[in-house]
Design a protein around this ligand. Structure first.
Ligand code: ATP
Length: 752
């Protein structure tokens, strides 16, 4: 397992002087990255500097020191506090020579660049030219030989700040998730008016070479048609589009939605504008069509949970690299699943730029390949789910059913929608079971048609209903009857821990009921708590964390006038995932989880820490506590203790966030991943049940190390801590330490 960060203070590293710059278009998440990088580097003992306004600041020597406090209060702010720009001068060798001189003048020997492929190309160029630039500076007598020798190497590390998600070497770029949030907020709002008036909307989203935003927003809003630069439509696409939209209308859709990526082209490379699409809809289909160009709203706002998370992880890894990596080879820090990865900087940039050239050369199949697996998968799912014009396929010999179990989790409805449409497309009859296993026992189920789930991709809650019932001796005979009567050959339980128990119980009854021996039993993780086995993340947790961050941002603002410590309790049952992630991405000083426990010593130490902070004029303190962190030290107890002990110095407020955490419309990531899981469910049925004729398939599907994998029932059960109803191994435990390390300054962290 990778070490998340080595926080040992390194005395020799005081000589390390590291500068950060943000360049190109801004993106949400740059600030959290600046914060995490600055603090992780300060903890190591480095001196940290900000270069203001992108490469312009290097050329003009606008370089300032960053302290621990310089990056306080920015984790929830969009944009970049150090400014960004496009620098014409840096594109010239003369400009880069000035940049090199200014870096040396400030004795900076390491540089973090956060920007798009252009910015990272610039960084790499500076790195490649470094030796020759220094030589010239010696010849010009701008620097002496001694200085030349002490600055022979320049460590460079890059993070991709780009809302387009257009970079090779990372699955996700900083800012892309927040941009999807902004787009979905807008489209969800537009849909309600579109439905009322039976209108058609053509929406343009950003993305010059990359259709990621259009693809994800198309899939997750249930759009009818999307246009992407990577996959231009065939000649005559206008008729196909109109036909597809008409089919939707005839089936009962009250509006039509076409999403156009900014850089969309046809198969001849000719740009497709939203205006052209509107004209087609008006002339060929007689629609009342409107255009909305979302523009710069997509760049702004409050960074989403995902962007705060990935930027923090990437930034800390950038510090790791500068301390432990081979700095002669510049790297790009990216993400693969929940993990940080390093890729050679120049290769990643070259591959990314090759995509632009391939699009110009119309080699679209190669482009899609380079975009990677998730892009291709999402495109396939979109095409299936939006395509009412299906050609008939051979019917399968059995029917499939989906049910929920456990608490409601945002993402359940998008999952059912994808399950239904993907299933029908493959030739299955699809059933939705109401109210979990008890509904199954009562025969409370309905065949789902293509249009039953129309509009469900944007809906929170669970239309099928969910509860905590499980199969048992008293209801099993009725369950079997329902399955038999409806010829159900596969069940997908999309839900939480209870559902995993339910499926396990059902599998045990196979010994007694032969019908069950040929029913595939598969769990898919749909719970905000992220406490189920066989997966690193569950659907709903992302929406929940965005809800929590939204509440925390508001709570923090309420403290501006006074010195206040908040003790905020979050859900998660016995699993501290929500607590730990919320702390990491809100800048909380402390997180209390059941996994780490709370002792009287913890409380005394933390009390002293807060007293010390408030004495040093801090205005606000934040503790996030998991609901089951301790049976003894309850939220109330902690509140009373801190209130009493801190009464002359600060106020204490408790806040139990409660059920707002389970509600709300599902986030883009939850909608996307719910659909992807369902796609993998049907792939699993095909390979294991139909092709390999495995009749008693049982287990779960989930996200592990960036892939969707199947874990058989036995391994799934072994991976469970039954007492505390959570997985035995939890990958995120080390992050608990990280969050408090970068939120509370330590005495030894020397501030320059
Ligand atoms: P975005 O995704 O917003 O386009 P970007 O980083 O790709 O971000 P660019 O405008 O391409 O944005 O680049 C930002 C800055 O990086 C440029 O203004 C320039 O200063 C520098 N830069 C880009 N390409 C090069 C290059 N080939 N050589 C030197 N500097 C470059």
């Amino acid at each position: 397992e990778e070490k998340i960060v080595d926080f040992t203070y390194d005395k020799s590293s005081e000589k390390k002087r590291i500068a950060i710059l943000t360049s190109g278009g801004d993106s949400c998440g740059m600030n959290p990255a600046i914060r995490a990088f600055t603090r992780a580097a300060l903890i190591k003992g480095a001196q940290v500097f900000a270069v203001r306004e992108g490469y312009n600041g290097l050329v003009t020597d606008s370089i300032i020191p960053l302290h621990w406090g310089s990056v306080a209060g920015i984790i929830n702010r969009g944009g970049t506090i150090i400014g960004t720009a496009r620098s014409v001068e840096f594109r010239t060798r003369e400009g880069r020579k000035k940049a090199a001189f200014n870096l040396i003048k400030n004795k900076i020997n390491n540089l973090l660049v956060i920007g798009g492929d252009g910015s990272l190309t610039g960084a790499n160029l500076l790195r490649c030219e470094w030796a020759s630039l220094l030589k010239e500076l010696v010849e010009d007598k701008a620097i002496d030989e001694e200085t030349f020798k002490t600055h022979e190497t320049l460590g460079i590390v890059g993070l991709v700040g780009s809302i387009d998600n257009d970079m090779c070497g990372t699955e996700i770029t900083i800012g892309a998730d927040t941009a999807c949030h902004r787009i979905l907020e807008a489209i969800d709002a537009i849909l309600s008016t579109a439905v009322s008036h039976q209108r058609s909307f053509v929406i343009e989203v950003m993305g010059r070479n990359c259709g990621w935003l259009a693809l994800v927003s198309g899939l997750t809003t249930g759009a009818d048609y999307i246009l992407l630069p990577e996959c231009p439509p065939e000649e005559g696409w206008e008729n196909a589009m109109v036909e597809s939209l008409e089919k939707g209308r005839l089936s009962g859709r009250r509006c039509s939605l076409v999403i156009v990526a900014e850089g969309s082209i046809d198969s001849n490379g000719k740009p497709i504008s939203p205006g052209y699409v509107r004209d087609v809809l008006e002339k060929k289909a007689g629609h009342d069509a409107r255009i909305t160009i979302l523009g710069h709203v997509q760049r702004g706002g409050i960074p989403s949970f995902c962007d705060r998370y990935v930027s923090t992880r990437m930034a800390v890894e950038a510090v790791n690299y500068l301390y432990n990596g081979n700095i002669l080879e510049p790297v790009l820090i990216g993400m693969h699943g929940n993990r940080v990865v390093r890729a050679p900087l120049m290769e990643a940039v070259k591959e990314t730029q090759a995509i632009g050239a391939l699009i110009r050369e119309k080699k679209f199949a190669d482009v899609v390949k380079l975009r990677g697996g998730i892009f291709q998968e999402a495109h396939t799912i979109f095409n299936i789910c939006a395509n009412l014009k299906r050609s008939p396929v051979a019917k399968k010999g059995f029917n499939v059913a989906i049910l929920h179990s456990g608490g409601p989790s945002p993402g359940m409805n998008p999952a059912v929608r994808a399950f239904t449409r993907l299933g029908i497309d493959l030739g299955y009859r699809v059933f939705g079971v109401f109210n979990g296993f008890s509904g199954l026992a009562k025969g409370d189920l309905q065949e789902l048609t293509w249009m039953t789930c129309n509009g469900w991709s944007v809906m929170g809650g669970a239309e099928l209903g969910t509860n905590r019932s499980t199969p048992n001796e008293s209801n099993i005979a009725a369950i079997i009857k329902t399955l038999q009567d409806n010829n159900i050959g596969a069940i997908c339980m999309f839900g939480g821990y209870n559902g995993y128990v339910g499926i396990t119980e059902l599998a045990k009854f196979r010994a007694k009921y032969s019908y069950l021996q040929k029913v595939a039993l598969v769990c898919a993780p749909g719970t905000i708590a992220n406490n189920v086995p066989g997966t690193e993340t569950s659907i709903g947790a992302d929406t929940c964390l965005n809800n929590i961050l939204d509440a925390l941002d508001k709570i923090k603002q309420s403290a501006v006038a006074s010195r206040r410590l908040f003790v905020v309790e979050v859900m998660g049952a016995h699993c501290g995932y929500l607590c730990s992630m919320a702390a990491l991405t809100s800048g909380a000083e402390r997180a209390y989880t059941m996994e780490e426990g709370i002792t009287i010593n913890t409380l005394v130490d933390d009390l002293n820490m807060f007293v010390d902070r408030f004495k040093r004029e801090h205005k606000i303190g934040l503790i996030i506590k998991s609901e089951s962190a301790s049976e003894t030290y309850s939220t109330k107890f902690i509140y009373e203790l801190f209130k009493e002990e801190g009464k002359h110095l600060f106020d204490v407020r408790e806040s139990i966030l409660g059920h707002l955490q389970q509600g709300g419309i599902p986030s883009p990531l939850d909608r996307l991943n719910a659909s992807r899981l369902m796609y993998h469910f049907f792939q699993l049925l095909q390979t294991e049940v139909i092709d390999n004729r495995q009749t008693d398939l049982s287990g779960c599907i989930g996200f592990i190390k960036g892939k969707i994998v199947f874990t058989p029932l036995q391994e799934m059960s072994e991976g469970i801590n039954h007492k505390y109803r959570r997985p035995q191994k939890q990958w995120w435990l080390d992050l608990l330490k990280l969050s408090s390390q970068i939120s509370v300054s330590r005495g030894e962290a020397k501030i320059n």
